[in-house]
Design a protein around this ligand. Structure first.
Ligand code: FAD
Ligand code: AMP
Length: 479
């Protein structure tokens, strides 16, 4: 193995592997070092996203959704099936197969692009040198023209509910349950808590989600959040807001979670607990004291808009730097950094990072919420369209939720788009493209959409901004 590379990337999650592939495409000799191992102890690429995050959670979400549809709704559609059941072991094995296919895919892409993949732990030393320790503990020093740090994040643990790997677990272990827990407690009603809660609720657990904040999904548009909360509760998840977890105890293989709700002390008995209270940047053992890279007050690696750290030639991308902890944000940063190293003027538009929560219906948004615009005092106009008025959504028996578009009162430029509904994760891409091109609501209204599609709801919401949606009675709202 060479000990000198144009670029060394530390971490092979979405931020790191994207950076490495793009660097190699641009002609740099590139190495990517990652220390992750699969259950058998073999090195594995793809980071949190492919192994313990986005992909396995979506595999379980998609399958549990199909199961719940078959059990609860097929009969309404005239489909008769008897004995709908779930085989958790088979479901998990399939999920593992999807993960293995995709992580193996990254290895293939590395090979095809000429990225040198190195298993083991990396530490950044001064002067763009990287110390590598392999699985046998052998240490070597590599040199690089540029270094890209992409070590990602790890789950936050809280004192009241110490993880024990069995009854009280983090999101990683929650993707590995071998049976459906009769009663499941989830701490935190963020994206991860809601998604994992949905999986096990659909499979038959009685799910109680405890959330310290009074507000549901504070980062989302509150009209969408309110409707989403109502629908998720109707599905059977017991979501308790303003419920701060203060302690826990284990007895007879059950966990008692103690929490305060206002002035009241409460407790709930469950069989398993998933702690989903957020993630923190992971920089343990990554930086030698004289590496020149600094952290901010919250423990993120400090970078500028171009993801440059304070050490010349050293960049950082993904969950370890400011901004939303999302795979696609890390990938865009990885690509930008590779291109900037090559002298290009690439940028990431942080105003158009889409957020998605993969519940059913899905919740997705991009840009400003109505609450943010109200607080800023800027004039805006809202157009919304309910999926209940969409022919395609009704035909598919999947018509809960709405599309809400907020445009500037003067210029009509789209400022935010919020979707609660079927395939919101896909629909939001239309809004991202529109906003990336600084489209007005009128631009979207003048665009032709295939009929019948869910996308037409985006079209109708855009028309509603101008007060002339076709398939509903218009009620224009401005501020
Ligand atoms: P990571 O994916 O965390 O990868 C970092 C890699 O670096 C790891 O393999 C780590 O072992 C390695 N590493 C760290 N330090 C070192 C070192 N010193 N030496 C060598 N290797 C090192 N995001 C979405 O956008 N959509 C979703 O649907 C979604 N769902 C999620 C569901 C769950 C349950 C979880 C937990 C997360 C989810 N996320 C989702 C978040 C997403 O997984 C992260 O934003 C993304 O993985 C971050 O990418 P990254 O490259 O910054 O880091
Ligand atoms: P996110 O950071 O979006 O993944 O969401 C994590 C959620 O967990 C946040 O909404 C927090 O308010 C919530 N949370 C953090 N600590 C506690 C706690 N002790 N009890 C209940 N909820 C918590």
């Amino acid at each position: 193995m060479a000990d000198k590379f144009d670029v060394i990337v530390i971490g092979a999650g979405p931020g790191g592997y994207t950076a490495a592939i793009r660097c190699a495409q641009l002609g740099f000799s590139t190495a990517c070092i990652d220390k992750s191992q699969d259950k058998s102890g073999a090195p594995v690429l793809g980071g949190t996203c492919l192994n313990w995050g986005c992909i396995p959670s979506k595999a379980l979400l998609d399958v549990s959704h199909k199961f719940a549809e078959a059990r609860d709704h097929f009969s309404e559609l005239g489909i008769t099936i008897e004995g709908v059941g779930v085989d958790v072991a088979k479901m998990m094995a399939r999920k593992d197969k999807v993960v293995a296919q995709l992580t193996g895919g990254i290895a293939t892409l590395f090979k095809a692009n000429g990225v040198t993949s190195i298993a083991g732990c990396a530490r950044l030393l001064a002067g763009k040198k990287v110390e590598h320790t392999n699985a046998q503990g052998q240490v070597s020093i590599l040199e690089a023209g540029h270094v890209i740090l992409a070590p990602g994040s790890v789950p936050v643990a809280i004192e009241p509910t110490p993880l024990n790997g069995e009854l009280i677990v983090d999101s990683e272990r929650a993707l590995e349950f071998t049976e459906v827990p009769p009663r499941l407690g989830v701490i935190g009603a963020g994206a991860i808590g809601l998604e994992l809660g949905s999986v096990w609720s659909r499979l038959g657990s009685e799910v109680i989600i405890l959330e310290a904040l009074e507000e549901f999904l504070p980062a989302a548009d509150q009209r969408i959040a309110r409707d989403g909360l109502r629908i998720l509760k109707k599905q059977g998840m017991d979501i308790r807001l303003g419920a701060r977890v203060m302690g826990s105890s284990i007895e007879d293989n059950a966990v008692s979670i103690e929490y305060v709700e206002g002035d009241e002390q409460n407790h709930v008995e469950v069989d398993k607990v998933i702690v989903a209270v957020g993630r923190r940047p992971y920089t343990e053992e990554l930086l030698a004291p004289d590496s020149g890279v600094n952290l901010d007050e919250r423990g993120f690696i400090y970078v500028n808009e171009g993801c440059e750290t304070e050490a010349p030639g050293v960049y950082a991308v993904g969950d370890v730097v400011r901004g939303p902890m999302l795979a696609h944000k890390g990938m865009e940063e990885g690509m930008m950094v590779a291109e900037r190293i090559a002298g290009e003027k690439s940028q990431v538009n942080y105003d158009t990072v889409p957020s998605v929560i993969y519940t059913h219906p899905e919740i997705a948004w991009v840009g400003k919420t109505e609450e943010e615009l109200k607080a800023s005092g800027d004039g805006y106009v809202v157009g919304s369209f309910p999926f209940a008025a969409s022919g395609r959504a009704l035909a598919a028996a999947d018509a809960e939720g709405m599309v809400k578009i907020i445009a500037d009162a003067e210029s009509d430029r789209i400022l935010g788009v919020h979707v609660l509904g079927p395939q919101a994760s896909e629909l939001i891409a239309e809004a991202v493209i529109a906003m990336e091109f600084s489209a007005s609501a009128e631009d979207l209204g003048l665009t032709m959409f295939a009929h019948p599609t869910l996308s037409e709801s985006m079209h109708e919401a855009a028309l509603a901004v101008g007060g002339h949606a076709i398939h509903m009675v218009n009620r224009k709202r401005s501020n």
